[in-house]
Design a protein around this ligand. Structure first.
Ligand code: SF4
Length: 190
């Protein structure tokens, strides 16, 4: 049995190397790309209807300060890292984990806006958004979970900074081939 830490989105045990490798390979697959990009369009469409207030404060990305956790699957985390083409190092990811804010936050703006995870897209600090954002997030997550089942890959939903740290720690050990292997979209043969 996997022991849990204080929050269910922060497991005590890091994902195994085999799981991370499976996510990296699957994240480069066109089925995953198509599915996630379709979800992004769907989220944009729903959001455009409701027009939540956003003043680009960056609060939603400063998790500890805002009292918010961003939940991301391992598959989506690898998809995001592959598309951004950005290389983090484990110590950079560790600092983000320690301070409780996203490593991709630059000032008050997201530096990977086009490839940010679905959880970033469905969450709004505007309290009037709660009535529709929670069902939207739930339906998006159900689709992503179903994708895991269809592809036969392991499923893990975890806190974003914890997950990035686990992945980058594995990459620093050479699991994903450093700057090669299945870490980057181009190297995965896409
Ligand atoms: S990926 Fe971008 S939008 Fe999402 S938490 Fe990080 S900085 Fe914020």
């Amino acid at each position: 049995m996997v022991k849990r830490a204080v929050h269910p989105l922060i497991p005590q045990e890091k994902p195994s190397d085999a799981w991370i490798q499976q996510w990296a390979i699957a994240a480069a697959h066109c089925d995953v790309d198509d599915c996630l990009r379709a979800l992004h369009v769907h989220i944009d469409d729903v959001t455009a209807v409701h027009r939540p207030l956003c003043v680009a404060s960056g609060r939603c990305c400063r998790f500890r300060e805002h009292g918010h956790l961003l939940a991301v699957t391992g598959l989506e985390a690898l998809w995001t890292l592959q598309r951004t083409g950005r290389t983090l190092h484990a110590d950079e990811a560790a600092r983000a984990l320690d301070r409780g804010s996203c490593t991709f936050l630059g000032g008050t703006m997201c530096t990977i806006h086009g490839t940010r995870p679905t959880g970033c897209r469905t969450y709004h600090c505007d309290s009037t958004a709660r009535a529709w954002q929670e069902p939207l997030a739930e339906s998006v997550h159900t689709t992503i979970r179903t994708l895991h089942t269809r592809l036969g890959i392991p499923y893990l939903l975890a806190e974003w900074t914890w997950l990035l740290h686990a992945i980058e720690h594995a990459r620093d050990r050479g699991l994903l081939g450093g700057a090669h292997g299945a870490y980057y979209q181009r190297d995965a043969g896409v």
